[in-house]
Design a protein around this ligand. Sequence first.
Ligand code: F6P
Length: 380
Amino acid sequence: MSIGILTSGGDAPGMNAAVRAAFRCLKMRDPDCEIVFFRDGFRGLARRLDSSSDRNVDRRAVRDIIHRGGTFIGTGRVPELLLPPEGHASYAERVAARDDFLKVAAINLYQMRVDNLIVIGGDGSFRGARIIGEAFRQHFPRRPFRVIGIPGTIDNDLHGTEYSIGYDTALNNVVDAIRKLRDTIESHRRAIILEVMGNTSGWLALQSAIAGGAAVVAIPEVEETWDHDRIVRSLDAGVRRDYRYFIIVVAEGVRRRAGEDWCEGLKHKLESDRAIESHLGHPMEVRINSVGHIARGGSPTALDNTLAGLLGSGAADVAQIGGLEGQPLVEGDVMVGCRGPRTILTGLDEVIDRSPRLVTRDSELYQLSQRLMLSAEQPF
Ligand code: F6P
């Protein structure tokens, strides 16, 4: 039998190190085991196998990749796996397209004799992997098949792990962007609204705002953080205390929840606020920026590569011995996560059902942000 590895969804720095770690640990335990890399995410499962996968890869395949960002085996999102709501005009057509995709994927996996598929990605990827696993079992009920998830997403929004691969690098990238922006906005005494990725969660925005010393953070999970008037009052308090410039970090999910023109609306309010203008002596100048995909690029940090090593090694354990070394065996599809420096396993269904893991008001990081950032109530 062979072990398949693929990366899926948004690339995340450290994915290469995870592929390498899984490869090395699998071969260390069984040098003869066959490892297959599927290219471009789930697409690689459902295309001609000779062009979309690398069979029986050897150690040269994972050379010189540990320091590289992105994913050297490629990734992608597969809309065929997502269905529109039942009753939608294209529903039947999409179900047929999805079934075709799943059938080819299942046959390919069968022909490659894959009994363990390691999927490195986020919750969308795990949902896709679950559907593929179900299709495989339906087509080939007598063949064993297991999905082993490794959390790889800059959003850090998965249940079953404290950290996902790529988050730390993205965090450092965003903090780096904030530090660079400080130079220019301080020179002009401006405010900057900086949008940060994170999908529906605010973790990346929240933690980068804390670490970067932002004045304000807005996250999708806590509605009062997107209240324009509250932000204007906070900045007014800052202006009265002679703050020279302001960094407002906003998670992209805010725009989705509060309206696409949220940033422009805030800019307009700040620039036309009379109280701020009278304290400053002129209207506030505001610029809008976005870190965008730059957050996902560059060499992974040491922390991300260490995490990748830990989780890749855990995935190899599950594939070869049926559980983490020295711990009870586990059944079914699982995700290897971390709690502190230890690896833990969670059933894939539970991960999917309880993800995305969102910021709550009582999250320690959120509470910390409220103590560290500017507010109209600041007594000093
Ligand atoms: O899930 C990772 C992520 O970077 C999100 O933060 C973001 O919303 C999304 O991917 C962007 O996706 P794409 O690269 O497909 O534009």
